[in-house]
Design a protein. Structure first.
Length: 193
């Protein structure tokens, strides 16, 4: 697992700038464990979602991200941010194994189980099973989160809510549906901001 030295250096700056520019509302921060290992899993609304998560905790979050991000010059940046690359064209066992290894090293994984930004009219798209599988295999908790609203400059228009952490103990398909249901139900409460 590569070190995320660039993440550690840039996170405080990114966090301050992000909070000034987008004025996010954070709910349930006490549900984020004080140390790893755990998996942060939630809905994906925008490219800025990773920055929103980064600004939520001082812990280093190792995000799963498409492998295209680690190619070329930008790859140097993203590799040193500690991302785990995923080949989205196949069932990428290497990415899953790297994530489980990171969790067993007491690290934190950030994942959007939809696999891509949701541009549909549905609250969420079907979840891929990786989040619950890595959580179960690493015997660590999963922390569901929901993102509501839009990223609007200098307006309090985006909210992230961290829900109660729990252990994955049953059949993976059952657990994946449970995670989807938790997030979908919470997203459906009240009006989107």
């Amino acid at each position: 697992m590569k070190h995320a030295w660039l993440y550690k250096i840039t996170r405080p700056v990114i966090s301050v700038l992000f909070k000034i520019c987008y004025r996010p509302t954070y709910i349930g921060l006490n549900n984020i464990p004080t140390q790893g290992p755990f998996v942060l899993a939630g809905n994906h609304t925008n490219y800025f979602d990773c920055l929103l998560l980064m600004s939520s905790t001082r812990q280093v979050i190792h995000f799963l991200a498409k492998e295209e991000l680690i190619k070329g010059l930008k790859g140097i940046i993203f590799k040193n941010m500690g991302i785990i690359s995923v080949n989205r064209k196949i069932h990428d066992k290497t990415a899953l194994n790297n994530s489980i290894k990171a969790l067993k090293e007491n690290k934190v994984i950030g994942i959007f189980p939809e696999g891509t930004i949701n541009r549909t009219e549905d609250l969420i798209m079907p979840f891929k099973i990786g989040a619950v599988k890595m959580s179960k295999d690493a015997k660590c908790k999963i922390v569901p989160f929901i993102i509501k609203g839009k990223y609007k400059l200098f307006r309090k228009s985006i909210t992230i809510t961290f829900l109660t952490p729990y252990k994955i103990e049953k059949d993976l398909d059952v657990e994946n549906k449970k995670l989807m249901d938790i997030i979908k139900i919470e997203l459906g409460k009240g009006d989107n901001i």
